[in-house]
Design a protein around this ligand. Structure first.
Ligand code: NI
Length: 140
């Protein structure tokens, strides 16, 4: 869309997880998922980065009020995952192997319906400084 601006908000959370396929042995899981399949779990300092796309409101110059985005991220995602075990504590990840990719998809679905102006364009989850996944919903 002409004049589209992409605006971003980033937040930190800490959580533990274990990546594994319950049908496989610990050894097979270790081969696929490496250190992330440690049977008793381990933690990451994650970041979530949300991007909203839209045109600016002529009155405010905003695509969307980032205060509202911050609050939605807090209420719909961070409150459920920060200092939690992603395998056991999070309703919207129930039965999901909590890879960076799957967390990004789940976060997008949690946040998208509540964005008050513009459209949720993408959600990035950083599991480390160097490893991150981005989900853009049905458009790309
Ligand atoms: Ni991990």
């Amino acid at each position: 869309m002409k004049g589209t601006v992409y605006i971003y908000r980033k937040a930190h959370f800490s959580a533990s997880h274990r990546l594994f396929d319950p049908a496989l042995t610990d050894e097979q899981n270790a081969e696929i998922f490496g250190g992330c399949s440690n049977p008793n779990g381990h933690g990451h300092n994650y970041y979530i980065e949300v991007c909203v796309a839209g045109v600016t409101d002529p009155a405010t110059g905003f695509v969307v009020d980032l205060k509202a985005v911050k609050q939605i991220m807090q209420e719909r995602f961070l409150a459920m995952v920060d200092h939690k075990n992603l395998n056991a504590d999070v309703d919207f990840l129930r039965g999901v192997n909590p890879t960076t990719e799957n967390i990004a998809i789940a976060a997008f679905r949690q946040i998208a319906p509540h964005i008050p102006a513009g459209k949720l364009y993408s959600v990035r989850i950083y599991e480390t400084e160097n490893n991150y996944a981005e989900y853009r919903g049905d458009h790309s």
